[in-house]
Design a protein around this ligand. Sequence first.
Ligand code: NAD
Length: 339
Amino acid sequence: MIKVAVNGYGTIGKRVADAVSAQPDMEIIGVSKTKPGAEAFVAKERGYPLYIADLSKKEAFDKAGIPVAGSVEEMIQKADIVVDATPGGVGVGNKALYEKYGKKAIWEGGEDHEVAGFSFNASCNYTDAIGRQYARVVSCNTTGLCRIINLIDSAFGVKKVRATMVRRGGDPGDIKRGPIDAIVLNPVTIPSHHGPDVQSVLPHINIVTSAMIVPTTLMHMHFLNMELKNPATKEQVIELIKAHSRLGLIEKSTGITSTAQLKEYTSDLLRPRGDLWENGIFKDSISVLDGTDLYLFQAIHQEADVVVETVDCIRAMAGDVKSAAESIAITNKAVGLTA
Ligand code: NAD
């Protein structure tokens, strides 16, 4: 069993902990929080040993009735691999701790590529992660872009990608984020950082991205245009997407034309937390004009898509499962991502 510690039990960390626990070859040896709160109560409920970054805060946890197993440093020593899901920019500061104990570590997309020197997406570069000491799972938007771009590039060759991200203002639990009533250009300048981030996984892809933030919490929406090297038909693109387990097709017959209906659908399917781990590609939006000009809309559930990628990254770094297809199948089955 691969012993996994989750440093930072928040939006991503709590999902990673549950997904890891569901795997046949992994176990959670601890999760960490800085303050007592609802998520700390959930960790207790789930039976995850809870560690804290600053032991001087232990009294506050004791008062709240939340048992503390020890310090984050103690947790790290017990792990084979640490998933650092602390807020963006915090994780880089933890690297010295992982180095001190010679532990493998995975960071999430809020950290720069340089923190690990390797950026990961299971469909694109699983085998490059085998046995690595450090990796970074790219952000939710970059994960969604890499999955579809790599698939289309492998089949037809991609000459150029143009993508616009309509980004959620905050996660559903983020009461301090916004905007409440605005469309914010973020950034105003073009390209946005997403294109270069895709290139951290797929360096040969020519891509220009732009992004704006809107008052919603449920998901992001991407509008993608890929100029292809070789002609394709809409039907060929649909067949390729159908065969990819982390690309979901939203059929017209569902009546779903929005992120709200999509979230309702995944909740009604009783997926944990209503999570959509796949790209939600609107089938009717898939259009190939002039043979080589592909367009589509895809919804990306920011809280969920990187979770299954993180599980595959753990498995690749541990080194026993050598193929992406095998790891992806194990991960999907364990979390309940079925076709
Ligand atoms: P979050 O704020 O929801 O959770 C972070 C957790 O880390 C909190 O539980 C906090 O208590 C804990 N924490 C803070 N400082 C800590 C420290 N020094 N030591 C240990 N724990 C500490 O953040 P998140 O949204 O889960 O983001 C985590 C990472 O995942 C970031 O890199 C982020 O960019 C990335 N990410 C987030 C999303 C998203 O939509 N939320 C999507 C993809 C990737």
